[in-house]
Write a protein that binds this ligand. Structure first.
Ligand code: FE2
Ligand code: FE2
Length: 184
Protein backbone atom coordinates (compact mmCIF):
# COMPACT_ATOMS: atom_id res chain seq x y z
CA UNK A 1 0.00 0.00 0.00
CA UNK A 2 1.48 3.32 -1.08
CA UNK A 3 1.54 6.36 1.19
CA UNK A 4 -1.73 8.21 0.61
CA UNK A 5 -1.30 11.73 -0.78
CA UNK A 6 -4.91 12.70 -1.51
CA UNK A 7 -7.11 11.63 1.44
CA UNK A 8 -6.30 14.83 3.35
CA UNK A 9 -7.27 16.86 0.28
CA UNK A 10 -10.59 14.99 -0.07
CA UNK A 11 -11.30 15.82 3.58
CA UNK A 12 -10.68 19.53 2.90
CA UNK A 13 -13.09 19.36 -0.04
CA UNK A 14 -15.81 18.30 2.41
CA UNK A 15 -15.46 21.53 4.41
CA UNK A 16 -15.31 23.59 1.18
CA UNK A 17 -18.50 21.88 -0.05
CA UNK A 18 -20.24 22.69 3.25
CA UNK A 19 -19.43 26.39 2.77
CA UNK A 20 -20.58 26.17 -0.85
CA UNK A 21 -23.92 24.73 0.29
CA UNK A 22 -24.28 27.65 2.72
CA UNK A 23 -23.54 30.16 -0.05
CA UNK A 24 -26.13 28.55 -2.29
CA UNK A 25 -28.80 28.47 0.43
CA UNK A 26 -28.18 32.04 1.59
CA UNK A 27 -28.21 33.42 -1.96
CA UNK A 28 -31.64 31.85 -2.48
CA UNK A 29 -32.87 33.28 0.84
CA UNK A 30 -31.41 36.70 -0.03
CA UNK A 31 -33.23 36.72 -3.37
CA UNK A 32 -36.45 35.73 -1.62
CA UNK A 33 -36.05 38.74 0.69
CA UNK A 34 -35.40 36.65 3.80
CA UNK A 35 -31.68 37.24 4.24
CA UNK A 36 -29.81 40.53 4.53
CA UNK A 37 -26.73 39.52 6.51
CA UNK A 38 -23.96 40.86 4.28
CA UNK A 39 -21.51 39.64 6.93
CA UNK A 40 -22.14 36.09 5.72
CA UNK A 41 -20.73 36.98 2.31
CA UNK A 42 -17.65 38.54 3.89
CA UNK A 43 -17.18 35.35 5.94
CA UNK A 44 -17.60 33.28 2.77
CA UNK A 45 -15.02 35.42 0.94
CA UNK A 46 -12.64 35.07 3.91
CA UNK A 47 -13.12 31.29 3.96
CA UNK A 48 -12.65 30.91 0.22
CA UNK A 49 -9.56 33.13 0.11
CA UNK A 50 -7.79 31.76 3.15
CA UNK A 51 -8.95 28.16 3.46
CA UNK A 52 -9.92 27.12 -0.08
CA UNK A 53 -7.32 29.19 -1.91
CA UNK A 54 -4.27 30.08 0.19
CA UNK A 55 -4.31 26.74 1.99
CA UNK A 56 -5.98 24.02 -0.11
CA UNK A 57 -5.37 25.26 -3.65
CA UNK A 58 -1.82 26.27 -2.76
CA UNK A 59 -1.09 22.71 -1.56
CA UNK A 60 -2.53 21.33 -4.78
CA UNK A 61 -0.55 23.66 -7.01
CA UNK A 62 2.74 23.55 -5.10
CA UNK A 63 2.75 19.90 -4.05
CA UNK A 64 0.27 17.60 -5.78
CA UNK A 65 0.13 19.13 -9.26
CA UNK A 66 3.87 19.77 -9.14
CA UNK A 67 4.43 16.08 -8.40
CA UNK A 68 2.22 15.06 -11.32
CA UNK A 69 4.16 17.34 -13.66
CA UNK A 70 7.46 16.03 -12.28
CA UNK A 71 6.19 12.54 -13.13
CA UNK A 72 5.31 13.19 -16.71
CA UNK A 73 2.03 15.11 -16.88
CA UNK A 74 2.40 18.14 -19.19
CA UNK A 75 2.09 21.47 -17.38
CA UNK A 76 0.12 23.00 -20.26
CA UNK A 77 -3.01 21.72 -22.01
CA UNK A 78 -3.41 19.03 -19.38
CA UNK A 79 -5.63 18.16 -16.41
CA UNK A 80 -3.44 20.15 -13.99
CA UNK A 81 -3.54 23.16 -16.34
CA UNK A 82 -7.36 22.94 -16.37
CA UNK A 83 -7.45 22.71 -12.57
CA UNK A 84 -5.17 25.74 -12.19
CA UNK A 85 -7.39 27.68 -14.59
CA UNK A 86 -10.44 26.88 -12.44
CA UNK A 87 -8.60 28.16 -9.35
CA UNK A 88 -8.04 31.45 -11.22
CA UNK A 89 -11.64 31.68 -12.40
CA UNK A 90 -12.80 31.14 -8.84
CA UNK A 91 -10.75 34.14 -7.69
CA UNK A 92 -12.63 36.38 -10.14
CA UNK A 93 -16.03 35.24 -8.87
CA UNK A 94 -14.91 35.85 -5.29
CA UNK A 95 -13.73 39.35 -6.12
CA UNK A 96 -17.08 40.09 -7.78
CA UNK A 97 -19.02 38.73 -4.82
CA UNK A 98 -16.92 40.77 -2.38
CA UNK A 99 -17.30 44.02 -4.33
CA UNK A 100 -21.07 43.68 -4.58
CA UNK A 101 -21.38 42.74 -0.89
CA UNK A 102 -19.24 45.74 0.12
CA UNK A 103 -21.53 48.07 -1.84
CA UNK A 104 -24.60 46.43 -0.33
CA UNK A 105 -23.15 46.79 3.17
CA UNK A 106 -22.44 50.47 2.44
CA UNK A 107 -26.09 50.96 1.63
CA UNK A 108 -25.98 50.92 -2.16
CA UNK A 109 -29.15 49.43 -3.56
CA UNK A 110 -29.34 46.95 -6.41
CA UNK A 111 -26.38 44.78 -5.41
CA UNK A 112 -28.26 41.52 -4.90
CA UNK A 113 -28.06 40.36 -8.54
CA UNK A 114 -24.30 40.98 -8.53
CA UNK A 115 -23.79 39.03 -5.32
CA UNK A 116 -26.02 36.21 -6.58
CA UNK A 117 -24.44 35.95 -10.02
CA UNK A 118 -20.89 35.75 -8.70
CA UNK A 119 -21.82 33.47 -5.82
CA UNK A 120 -23.66 31.05 -8.11
CA UNK A 121 -20.77 31.15 -10.58
CA UNK A 122 -18.41 30.15 -7.80
CA UNK A 123 -20.71 27.43 -6.48
CA UNK A 124 -21.09 25.80 -9.91
CA UNK A 125 -17.39 26.15 -10.76
CA UNK A 126 -16.12 24.69 -7.49
CA UNK A 127 -18.61 21.82 -7.32
CA UNK A 128 -17.58 20.72 -10.80
CA UNK A 129 -13.91 21.26 -9.96
CA UNK A 130 -14.02 19.26 -6.73
CA UNK A 131 -15.95 16.48 -8.47
CA UNK A 132 -13.22 16.21 -11.12
CA UNK A 133 -10.45 16.22 -8.51
CA UNK A 134 -12.15 13.67 -6.25
CA UNK A 135 -13.12 11.27 -9.03
CA UNK A 136 -10.53 11.74 -11.77
CA UNK A 137 -7.39 13.66 -10.87
CA UNK A 138 -6.75 12.42 -7.32
CA UNK A 139 -7.34 8.73 -8.22
CA UNK A 140 -5.03 9.25 -11.19
CA UNK A 141 -2.39 10.75 -8.87
CA UNK A 142 -2.67 7.77 -6.52
CA UNK A 143 -2.13 5.42 -9.48
CA UNK A 144 0.78 7.16 -11.18
CA UNK A 145 2.86 8.80 -8.45
CA UNK A 146 5.74 6.56 -7.34
CA UNK A 147 6.25 5.78 -3.67
CA UNK A 148 9.54 7.66 -3.73
CA UNK A 149 8.64 11.28 -3.09
CA UNK A 150 5.34 10.64 -1.32
CA UNK A 151 6.84 11.14 2.13
CA UNK A 152 8.11 14.51 0.98
CA UNK A 153 4.61 15.43 -0.24
CA UNK A 154 3.05 14.48 3.10
CA UNK A 155 5.72 16.54 4.85
CA UNK A 156 4.98 19.51 2.59
CA UNK A 157 1.25 19.27 3.43
CA UNK A 158 2.14 19.18 7.12
CA UNK A 159 4.43 22.17 6.72
CA UNK A 160 1.64 24.16 5.06
CA UNK A 161 -0.69 23.31 7.95
CA UNK A 162 2.01 24.22 10.50
CA UNK A 163 2.57 27.55 8.76
CA UNK A 164 -1.09 28.41 9.37
CA UNK A 165 -1.79 27.09 12.88
CA UNK A 166 -5.43 27.06 13.97
CA UNK A 167 -6.57 27.59 10.37
CA UNK A 168 -8.47 24.30 10.16
CA UNK A 169 -10.13 24.82 13.56
CA UNK A 170 -11.01 28.43 12.79
CA UNK A 171 -12.79 27.61 9.55
CA UNK A 172 -14.46 24.45 10.91
CA UNK A 173 -15.92 26.70 13.61
CA UNK A 174 -16.96 29.38 11.10
CA UNK A 175 -18.79 26.91 8.85
CA UNK A 176 -20.46 25.17 11.79
CA UNK A 177 -21.63 28.51 13.21
CA UNK A 178 -23.39 29.49 9.98
CA UNK A 179 -24.86 26.00 9.62
CA UNK A 180 -26.36 26.37 13.09
CA UNK A 181 -27.89 29.70 12.04
CA UNK A 182 -29.38 28.04 8.95
CA UNK A 183 -30.94 25.30 11.00
CA UNK A 184 -32.43 27.72 13.55
FE1 FE2 B 1 -8.31 22.41 -7.02
FE1 FE2 C 1 -9.16 20.67 -4.46
Amino acid sequence: MKTDVTAVMVEEHKLILRMIALVEANVARMEAGRFREWRFFFDAVDFIRNYADRFHHAKEEDVLFAALVANGMPAENSPVAAMRMAHDQGRNFVRGMEEAAQKAAAGELGQIPGIAENARGYVALLRDHIDKEDHILYPLAERVLPEAGRDRMVAAYAAAAAAMPQLEAKYQTLVAAWETREAA
